[in-house]
Design a protein around this ligand. Structure first.
Ligand code: GTP
Length: 363
């Protein structure tokens, strides 16, 4: 913990089903997907620990037991982890309220709440400082994006006070959106009704604002990415590998390629763009792999061309296959010569014979 800082607590929301990332999330919750060589949450743990957070409460629902199997007591991350489980998913607000059972802070203490699917370079300590200085009920991290309609749009006044919380509106009034990191005054969490399905974005924040509570915005322009879609997941992993977002959890130094233990890349193959070659994965002669994530034991055949894709664990990509923006689940077999593009997703265990050939003008 940085010197002179008090011990802080955080709640991490990790109970979502990650439907947009299927089929990757069928067997593995989104926060545990291998990202730049480690489970996604390891990057958030490193960031939390660097901000002086010593105790993390994981709010689990979907495939809850996998989290404790993966992270244990948290000591390996310099944290203490408490697991709180929802028998039925309670939504983001209900999950925060439920997780309060694991907190130790007093009613006036700041509690950091993080969505378990966001990569961010913002300074959590500065967000907490603003929260304290303004004595806010909640302080929200805000970022500007080009397409705010997909997110919660959050206008503020000249003093930084949030004036409305407009969840996924077709006509956003500002490009500033909810970035998924909140600092709550502990007592505000305790006021959320317990045991109910509640969205913090649709209910808790709008209710606080209409009741006149001080909700502050902490705008920031550093790196930010919601990794909820396959394209964003691939981008986030590549950005971490290349060092576009620094992470204390990255295994090794940033570079164009991250090859994990036992990975084998033929010297004539080209692997670049922040690609991860998972443990025991293979890339054969003359293959070209760019900006992709190869899970453990994946295999890329000779002369294949793979870009912007996720290749599941144990999946075999045949010789000369072309993959562009594709998600292949675990243990998929793609026969030589296939060409798969444009957001195609293949469920685990499938075998694709020759489904598509390239036509040329002289064919
Ligand atoms: P999609 O189904 O693809 O939208 O993903 P998701 O299920 O993760 O939902 P979303 O991205 O909206 O969730 C934002 C964050 O809140 C993620 O970190 C989720 O894990 C978490 N989350 C969403 N719903 C719940 C819930 O009911 N309980 C808990 N504990 N966490 C939740």
């Amino acid at each position: 913990m940085p010197p002179g800082r008090e011990a802080l607590e955080a709640i991490l929301l990790v109970g979502g089903q990650g439907t947009r990332l299927r089929p990757l999330t069928i067997g593995t919750p989104k926060p545990l997907l291998p990202t730049a060589g480690v489970p996604f949450l390891a990057h958030q743990f490193a960031k939390a620990a660097a901000a002086g957070i010593t105790h993390v409460v994981l709010a689990t629902a979907y495939r809850a037991s996998m989290f404790a199997e993966c992270f244990g007591d948290g000591a390996a991350f310099g944290l203490e982890i408490t697991y709180v489980h929802e028998a039925e998913p309670l939504g983001t607000g209900g999950a925060i309220r439920n997780a309060a059972a694991g907190l130790r802070s007093g009613p006036d203490s700041p509690v950091v709440v993080l969505n378990g699917d966001v990569l961010s370079g913002h300074d959590i300590s500065a967000q907490i400082d603003l929260h304290r200085k303004s004595d806010a009920a909640v302080t929200l991290h805000l970022v500007e994006v080009a397409d705010p309609a997909r997110f919660g749009c959050v206008p503020t006044d000249a003093d930084g006070r949030v004036t409305a919380f407009l969840e996924k509106t077709p006509n956003p009034v500002t490009n500033r959106i909810n970035a998924g990191c909140y600092v709550f005054r502990r007592s505000v969490i305790d006021e959320i009704p317990p045991g109910q399905v509640i969205s913090v974005e649709r209910v808790t924040f709008p209710d606080l604002i209409s009741a006149g509570a001080l909700v502050m915005g902490y705008p920031d322009s550093s790196y930010w990415l919601d990794v909820g879609t396959p394209e964003a997941f691939v981008q986030g992993s590549c950005d971490l590998v290349r060092g576009r977002l620094a992470s204390g959890a990255l295994p090794g130094a940033p570079g164009d390629l991250l090859a994990l233990e036992g990975a084998a890349v033929d010297p004539s193959a080209q692997v670049c763009g922040g690609t991860v070659v998972g443990a025991g994965a293979r890339v054969a002669a003359d293959a070209y792999v760019s900006g992709s994530v190869l899970f453990d034991a994946a295999s890329i055949g000779a002369g294949a061309r793979v870009s912007g894709s996720v290749i599941g664990r144990g999946t075999v990509v045949g010789e000369g296959v072309v993959l562009d923006g594709v998600v292949l689940g675990d243990e998929v077999h793609v026969a030589p010569g296939n060409e798969l593009r444009s957001g195609l997703r293949v469920w685990p265990g499938q075998t694709l014979g020759l489904t598509c050939v390239r036509f040329s003008s002289d064919a």
